[in-house]
Design a protein. Structure first.
Lengths: 326, 248
């Protein structure tokens, strides 16, 4: 992509995101807000899985930690702006702890460890009624009010979420473009080689989990005022798998993959509503077809088309040299 | 003579009942290019892994510039000034050549936090470009490392080992699978780098032409111990080495 085209495209996307909810009903605005929130959660998992190569099936549990911390504190009278950072700090700390098993186990085994963690969080939320309200959950959390700008209505809350999403995206952009981003990719591609080049793979593994968890926590902190009712069932293993699907469908390891993936996973069922009872079958079939034909995710389609119509320059110069030797 | 850059003292390593390395000791001094040769199963790779901390020796010590590194992690060893390549290709295939080489130097600049919040470059791009140019890979600067030929990836691998300006570099079979043109390029580049920077090299290799023309001194291992040591021409004429490895 040409250098000047990228910022232009970004501005265009932002303008689209600003005008998309205008004139729409409450439900559409709510769905668009959900898309932004799940994009943040998927962005975090994309760092852990897509960039650093560490499988995690526990992203919903970090949404839960962020959501419940924010809910409990805002119900106690704290402003959202003060409650949210505490949730993120807690997610960072718990994410660091969850990263420790990743230093010993990899692949499927790590997936099971994180899956067990998600189940553990779910059980704590359900059983510790004195704190979490158990299966009945927590209700009536206020939306943030900034005096001149109140988010009580759906549209202002959408713009508030969009603002947070832009900030979270810029921070993530800074991380993946920094030397840390390079170290995350090296960890994914060849940890032994990365270690031999001075990369502290233990530390960078823990950070991949901790930062990814913070994004999960931020998504949770936004879900609380959006739905104003949270209960353990909203953060079960199934939801972690859904966030994983967003990352894979969008394109793991691509910056914009989570936005696309969250868009498909959240919007597609809505678009297929006209098919009535068949929508889940069609939705599942589309996902299977896509994963078979474009395993690198929706973002990968662009690359495939580019390769087809404008193949890359041959880089194997030694082949030409070899030919000259004959 | 100055203190050795690498000092290996009485290294022993067994796997079950098989003694892979039997009390090997040698020193490598600044600016030397030492070749480690020997038949398959002679203990070269085991010795290499003991030196680089990937295997814990049963006995003995390894010192780099006078410091005992026997139990040091690979990342700390790298920060102490030890670069290495692997027998298998070990570039990062989905990163560009430039990014591969920058990565090899970035951990030597600043702190963990400054690498996140500070300037993302810190002169690394310029340094990496100089190495890319040195290895005659300028036309491949922005290509994905995984799209390069085997020989080109070996050159990138070597450049990565040199990016942090190490005092000691260990190369594990750098000539393996590389075509003649590329091999001549690699050897010439290593000799030039050694002459310009005084970097010490230890090379494991089976390609005798490559070793004999590259190295200033050669150690021959057989059955886990040193059977000969000397200049390339002395090794070529050594009857024990001819019988055990080189053949008539």
């Amino acid at each position: 992509m040409k250098r000047w085209l990228r910022p232009l495209l970004l501005v265009l996307l932002l303008v689209l995101a600003i005008i998309a909810p205008l004139g729409q009903g409450n439900y559409i605005v709510y769905t668009l807000t959900s898309w932004l929130i799940f994009s943040i959660a998927a962005m975090g998992l994309n760092l852990t899985l897509g960039y650093a190569g560490q499988i995690s099936l526990a992203q919903a549990s970090f949404m839960a930690i962020g959501a419940y911390t924010t809910a409990l504190l805002t119900l106690a009278g704290w402003h959202w702006v003060l409650a949210m950072p505490l949730g993120l700090i807690l997610c960072f700390a718990v994410g660091l702890l969850l990263g420790y098993p990743a230093l010993r186990v990899k692949g499927h085994f790590l997936a099971f460890v994180t899956l067990a963690f998600n189940t553990l969080v779910f059980l704590i939320l359900r059983n510790e009624e004195w704190l979490t309200g158990g299966s009945y959950g927590l209700v009536g959390m206020p939306r943030p009010d900034f005096g001149l700008f109140s988010t009580m209505k759906q549209l202002p809350f959408y713009y508030f979420t969009l603002g947070i999403t832009v900030i979270a995206s810029l921070v993530m952009w800074g991380i993946v473009r920094s030397p840390w981003g390079r170290a995350f990719k090296a960890l994914r591609e060849n940890p032994v080689r990365a270690e031999s080049l001075g990369v502290d793979t233990r530390r960078i593994t823990l950070l991949a989990f901790a930062i990814g968890s913070v994004y999960g926590g931020l998504a949770g902190a936004l879900i609380t005022p959006l739905v104003q009712f949270i209960e353990p069932g909203s953060f079960g293993v199934g939801h972690s798998l859904r966030i994983l699907l967003m990352v894979v469908v969008g394109g793991a390891g691509y910056f914009f993959g989570p936005f696309l993936g969250a868009g498909v996973v959240i919007m597609l069922p809505e678009m297929l509503r006209f098919t009535a009872g068949y929508y889940l079958i069609i939705y599942s079939a589309l996902v299977i077809v896509m994963l078979v034909f474009v395993p690198s995710g929706l973002i990968g389609i662009g690359g495939r088309l580019r390769e087809k119509f404008r193949p890359r320059r041959e880089v194997r110069a030694d082949m030409r040299e070899g030919a000259r030797l004959q | 003579m100055s203190a050795p850059v690498l000092s290996v003292r009485n290294i022993e390593k067994s796997f079950g009942g098989i003694q892979a390395v039997r009390g090997v000791s040698f020193d490598v001094h600044k600016g030397e290019i030492l070749g480690l040769i020997g038949p398959n199963g002679s203990g070269k790779s085991t010795l290499f892994n003991c030196i680089l901390g990937q295997l814990a020796p049963d006995a003995g010590e390894v010192h780099v510039t006078g410091r005992n590194v026997s139990k040091m992690r690979a990342s700390d060893l790298n920060k102490l000034g030890v670069g290495r390549t692997f027998q298998q290709l070990s570039v990062f295939p989905k990163m560009t050549v430039l990014d591969n080489i920058i990565l090899a130097g970035q951990e030597h600049h600043g702190t963990m936090l400054s690498r996140l919040f500070g300037p993302s470059d810190a002169g690394l791009t310029q340094q990496a470009e100089q190495l890319i140019s040195f290895f005659r890979l300028t036309h491949l600067r922005d290509a994905l490392a995984g799209s390069l030929s085997y020989g080109q990836q070996k050159l990138v691998d070597a450049a990565m080992a040199l990016m942090a300006g190490p005092s000691l570099v260990l190369l594990d079979e750098p000539a393996g699978g590389v075509n003649l043109t590329m091999l001549a390029n690699l050897k010439e580049r290593l000799v030039t780098y050694n002459a310009e920077h005084g970097t010490t090299f230890v090379v494991i290799e089976h390609n005798m032409e490559f070793v004999m023309s590259l190295c200033t001194r050669i150690i021959v291992l057989a059955e886990g111990h040193i059977i000969a040591e000397g200049k390339p021409e002395e090794i070529r004429a050594n009857q024990t080495v001819i019988d055990a490895y080189l053949g008539g």
